[in-house]
Ligand binder design. Structure first.
Ligand code: HEC
Length: 129
């Protein structure tokens, strides 16, 4: 047992200083987390920024604010071309949650069901403008 009050006070301060760190070892920004989701779920088919990704899907560089189906030379499905809207963050959120519900017949096979993963992913996509 510690009886010296200065040593006791030091132990309390040291314990308080350590406490906020507990459980935050993997602290990272939404964009950083979104980048990991992208690499795991999207990169195999989509190129982005300087990342040389797959070519099965169109490049997603600057997709937030871009007109749907507007990458020249990519063979989009008729249904995506017919949608004729802009990829707002809200549209991306609905599409990525369930692509074929937003655009029946869309050839995008991947969905991101977890709300936080999707929000992080969209933050990452937005940062590629
Ligand atoms: C297995 C390949 C594949 C994977 C994996 C994939 N996509 Fe796609 N993606 C496609 C294809 C193919 C299209 C074109 C769809 C169409 O024409 O209907 C597409 C289209 C899109 C579009 C529309 C782009 C535009 O120019 O209108 C967005 C946005 C998109 N994908 C985002 C994503 C995201 C984000 C991920 C990861 C969660 C992802 N995709 C994973 C194949 C893929």
């Amino acid at each position: 047992m510690v009886t010296n009050p200065i040593v006791s006070a030091f132990i309390v301060v040291a314990a308080l200083a350590m406490f906020p760190r507990a459980g935050h070892a993997a602290d990272s920004t939404p964009i950083e987390r979104g980048s990991v989701v992208f690499q795991d779920e999207c990169l195999q088919c989509h190129q982005i920024g300087a990342e040389p990704g797959g070519i099965q899907g169109p490049s997603l560089t600057g997709v937030v604010g871009r007109k749907m189906a507007s990458v020249k030379g990519f063979a989009y499905s008729k249904v995506l071309m017919a949608k004729g809207q802009t990829w707002t963050k809200a549209n991306l959120d609905v599409y990525l949650k369930d692509p074929s519900a937003f655009i029946p017949g869309s050839e995008m096979p991947v969905s991101i069901g977890d709300d936080r993963d999707r929000a992080d992913l969209i933050a990452f996509l937005e940062a590629t403008k």
